[in-house]
Design a protein around this ligand. Structure first.
Ligand code: HDD
Length: 746
């Protein structure tokens, strides 16, 4: 085929669309692009569709609200005002003549614009960026002896849930894959009242006392003068705070570890962080910590992937969650409990259970599974559900109570308080996503945005006018009568809270060599972004008190001397379960990219089917969109980027098309082969650097041989496509080809 210049190709393409190559005149027949006929008169008004009716007649979780059909969000087929008056025109404001000013009397214009002007609500003061989904929690019944909470006690009991995942520091529009803690907040709509488990993907917190929360958040968020950096802890005020408040060192180490950059919400653990108190039918109590264990295992991105994703696809985690649910690969977690005797000391194995900067290693107190969570439905309307969902640690059913953890105590105030501004008033519990699934008979009345039409005349107790209603319940919430020690009022914490380093060392010592290397690189990157020398030096001192190798390696990267520890480094017993390396996981829902081209689609369809049958997601990547034979192309070389794939298969070694808009830079994309499309070389290169399994057959296998990559660990060449897939699947069980580190960019 004769090569054409890009300008010629563009001209041809434009002519193909407009027919005559002339500029398009909107609405003028025959001038090029087809005009779309606007439907004006439906034969008969359409009944409200399922989606239209849903928000008002049932809660977003599917429970009827008892609302009359007149309360549907959208009714009929005709455009109306908010008052239901049908409209003829919504595209032109009412003017004094076609060239005149808009008239103040244009009530439709004013209603439309005023409502639009007020469409946004304040974003959350923290955890502003998030995504949510509906699901079901099924109890195993194994907690029956520990708690009277019905949703945990009864075996097989199903409870509707809504989960919201989030980052902490960034604004609503910030990127998903930044290095940060992730929120993991679950609303259980139990028959006995709503239970909110408002946790994170890390089991410890920065501070021990809630009174410091505004301070750590002011330090972690952007600098107040320029409002940068966005969604980053790599700046001076964050490191100033955590190096001065050394209780933050444990949480900071978790953030610098691979846990700070999860692969997906589906591959994160969740933790209730605090110790809670359970009470059973016999009024016996135990102390517990809540854990969510993902079915797919705990997996992370590598730092370069996280950075790429922030630009290539800032919605990376949100998209992954919704794509997985829509593909039927429902995310799953087991809820588990670490159970401790409820002793007056509130300690276990010498660990203060009220200190939210401490974990209890699972080797000392195993996590006992009590139920399963499956997320199986995406929201219908993001604002109505994900933005308006309101979590609160005080939403507790009978059988679950709080402890005196000073962070938890403060949170009990903050979550109710924040909704008053964010959701504009005290009636946020009536917003559909927040409506309990248990019958509500409170004595709360009136207030902004009151949706209920309360009957009766006596919202007080006791009363004789409303027949005594509502009545106190024998099986109501139990405030466990914990004895409060007689002690003077103080602004202080227990002495046991003063050890800020032992468990940080425990975490460091529990990491594999690869994970330790990632931690060193993360500290070096973040501190390298700070300007103040004094802050770097102070943080290095904290690292010296954790581990000399860690400190020396980061100091080397910063070009600063490594200080000596100021404390005696404690002996610690590592907790292997904290490491993400060395275990095998199911590959359900993982994504495999398959590179094909016109010449080599042999076997690609068969492999695609086999991937689907294994519960994974195949994505066909080709030089152009549309179809190649019967194979539907899902990504083109222009739209595919390696971050999306957990493994890469090559059915072909595509050469750049002669007329493609591809810079033919044969130096780029190493390791690669000259003559191969550079975007394919880049895919292979990134997948290799990020330690992903790579496989090829036919021309794909030859390409891997030509590059010499076939000798690398985790690169599979085979005669048959099915042979390649089987080997790649095996490799994916450990998530990454760990042997390929440390050659990888971390
Ligand atoms: Fe918080 C939101 C988790 C300490 C005050 N927090 C919020 C969310 C999560 C957490 C997941 C998002 C909820 C959602 O999706 O709507 N927060 C935690 C964890 C903590 C913690 C695991 C420590 C163990 N938080 C904490 C403290 C305070 C707050 C100590 C205040 C004293 N958190 C808030 C808040 C937010 C919030 C300001 C913002 C939006 C909201 O509550 O509803 O009230």
């Amino acid at each position: 085929m004769e090569a054409r210049t890009p300008a010629e190709v563009i001209k041809d393409a434009v002519t193909a669309v407009t027919g005559d190559g002339k500029p398009e005149i909107p609405g003028k027949p025959g001038s090029g692009t087809p005009t779309v006929a606007e439907p004006t008169e439906p034969a008969a008004p359409l009944p409200p569709s399922h989606e239209q009716g849903q928000p008002d007649t049932v809660t977003p979780t599917g429970v009827p609200t008892g609302a009359a059909p007149e309360a549907f969000a959208q009714q009929g087929a005709y455009l109306t005002t908010a008052q239901g008056t049908r409209l003829r025109d919504t595209d032109h404001s009412l003017k004094a003549g076609p060239r005149g000013p808009i008239l103040l009397q244009d009530h439709h214009f004013r209603e439309k614009i005023t409502h639009f002007d007020h469409e946004r609500i304040p974003e959350r003061v923290v955890h502003a960026r998030g995504a949510g989904a509906h699901g079901v929690f099924t109890s195993y019944g194994t907690a029956a002896g520990l708690t009277r909470a019905g949703f945990l006690a009864a075996k097989g009991k199903e409870t509707d849930v809504f989960v919201r995942f989030s980052t902490v520091l960034g604004s609503r529009g910030s990127a998903d894959t930044v290095r940060d803690t992730r929120g993991f907040a679950t609303k259980f709509y139990t028959d006995e009242g709503t239970f909110d488990l408002v946790g994170n993907n890390m089991p410890v917190f920065f501070i021990q006392d809630a009174i410091k929360f505004p301070d750590i958040i002011h330090a972690g968020k952007w600098h107040p003068d320029r409002e940068i950096p966005q969604a980053q802890s790599a700046h001076d005020t964050f490191w100033d705070f955590v190096s001065l408040h050394t209780e933050a060192q444990h949480h900071t180490m978790w953030n610098m570890s691979d846990r700070g950059i999860p692969r997906s919400y589906r591959t994160m653990e969740g933790f209730g962080v605090h110790t809670f108190r359970l009470v059973n039918d016999s009024d016996e109590t135990v102390l517990v910590k809540f854990h969510w264990k993902p079915k797919l295992g705990v997996h992370s991105l590598v730092w370069e992937e996280a950075q790429l994703a922030s630009g290539v696809d800032p919605d990376f985690h949100r998209r992954d969650l919704y794509d997985a649910i829509e593909a039927g690969a429902y995310p799953e977690w087991e809820l588990g409990l670490q159970v401790f005797p409820d002793t007056p000391e509130e300690t276990f194995a010498g660990i203060d259970l009220l200190d939210p900067t401490k974990i209890v290693p699972e080797e000392l107190a195993p996590v006992q599974p009590v139920g399963k969570l499956v997320l199986n439905r995406t929201p219908t309307n993001f604002h109505a559900e994900v933005e308006q969902v309101a979590f609160h640690l005080g939403h507790l059913p009978p059988g679950i109570d709080v402890t005196n953890d000073p962070l938890l105590q403060g949170r009990l105030f903050s979550y109710l308080d924040t909704q008053l501004t964010r959701l504009a008033g005290p009636n946020f519990h009536q917003i559909p996503i927040n409506r309990p699934h248990a019958p509500v008979n409170d004595m709360l009345r009136d207030g902004f945005h009151q949706h209920a039409v309360h009957g009766g005349v006596a919202p007080y107790r006791p009363n004789s006018l409303d027949g005594g209603n509502p009545f106190p319940a024998e099986d109501g919430f139990v405030d466990v009568p914990v004895t409060v020690t007689e002690a003077p009022k103080v602004r202080d914490l227990p002495v046991s809270f003063k050890d800020h380093y032992t468990q940080v060392r425990l975490f460091w010592k529990s990491m594999s060599a690869v994970e330790q290397e990632h931690i060193i690189r993360a500290y070096t990157f973040e501190l390298g972004k700070c300007y103040e020398q004094a802050i770097k030096e102070r943080q290095l001192q904290c690292l010296a008190n954790i581990d000399p190798v860690l400190c020396a390696s980061v100091a080397l990267g910063l070009g600063l001397p490594a200080p000596k520890p100021t404390i005696e480094l404690p002996e610690v017993t590592p907790s292997p379960v904290l490491s993400q390396v060395g275990r095998q996981w199911p590959a359900d829902g993982r994504i495999i990219g398959i590179v094909v081209d016109e010449t080599d689609i042999k076997d690609a369809d068969e492999v695609r089917e086999a991937i689907l049958a294994a519960g994974m997601v195949p994505l066909i990547i080709a030089p152009h969109g549309g179809k190649i034979d019967s194979l539907i192309v899902q990504r083109t070389f222009a739209t595919a980027r390696s971050i999306e794939f957990d493994a890469l298969l090559l059915a072909a070694a595509p050469v750049p098309a002669p007329d493609a808009f591809v810079a033919r830079d044969e130096k780029s994309g190493a390791p690669g082969t000259a003559g191969v499309d550079p975007r394919v070389n880049l895919l292979i290169d990134e997948c290799w650097r990020h330690a992903k399994a790579i496989g090829g057959w036919g021309a794909g296998a030859q390409l891997l041989r030509d590059t010499g990559l076939d000798a690398s660990p985790g690169v599979v060449v085979h005669d048959t496509a099915t042979g390649v897939l089987a080997a790649v699947q095996k490799l994916m069980a450990s998530h990454r080809v760990w042997e390929r580190f440390p050659a990888t960019v971390g």
